[in-house]
Design a protein around this ligand. Structure first.
Ligand SMILES: [Zn+2]
Length: 162
């Protein structure tokens, strides 16, 4: 399939060295369009939306922020740690969005399992449906997120009664 120049530029931005040293695609051989399409199907199969996932990840950043570097308890046996790297990273999708360089880790104290995400992940999930490619250091796997956080699906839009 022939790509538009704009799409090619975005894929270049997502590669190593452009916006981040490791890039956002990892070792994933799929095209950007296929990565996004497959994750959309996965999110749908979990009964979720990109917005519901992004909202929950964003809420946990805000929960952990006051602790900066020290764990903040969440629920029965989870804890959230936010690490701030004091910098700004632009969104590689060329939309002029810039996010704080911040990493949030949510850890299960019972199992030791952990998931992690950046502020930029939250934006890219909400705005672009992009969770990064397989093998990327900051790939957010929707199934792992759901296994740990048990996100409630968005409520059905209210029907107007009158
Ligand atoms: Zn963006």
């Amino acid at each position: 399939m022939k790509q538009s120049p704009e799409q090619r530029e975005i894929e270049e931005n997502l590669g190593p060295g452009a916006f981040s040293a490791d890039g956002f695609l990892g070792s994933d051989p799929r095209s950007l369009a296929d990565i996004i399409r497959d994750d959309q199907a996965l999110v749908k199969s979990l009964g979720l939306t990109h917005q519901a996932i992004a909202r929950q990840l964003g809420a946990l950043i805000r929960l952990g922020l006051p602790g900066l570097g020290t764990p903040v308890p969440y629920g029965d046996h989870l804890e959230v740690i936010v690490m701030d790297y004091r910098g700004i990273i632009p969104c590689p999708f060329r939309d002029n969005v810039r996010e704080e360089k911040r990493l949030t880790v949510c850890r299960d104290r019972l199992t030791g399992d952990a998931i992690r995400w950046t502020d930029l992940n939250v934006h890219m999930i909400a705005a672009h449906g992009f969770y990064e490619g397989r093998g990327s250091p900051f790939r957010v796997d929707p199934a792992e997120v759901q296994a740990m956080l048990g996100i409630q699906p968005d409520p059905e839009p209210e029907k107007t009664e009158s």
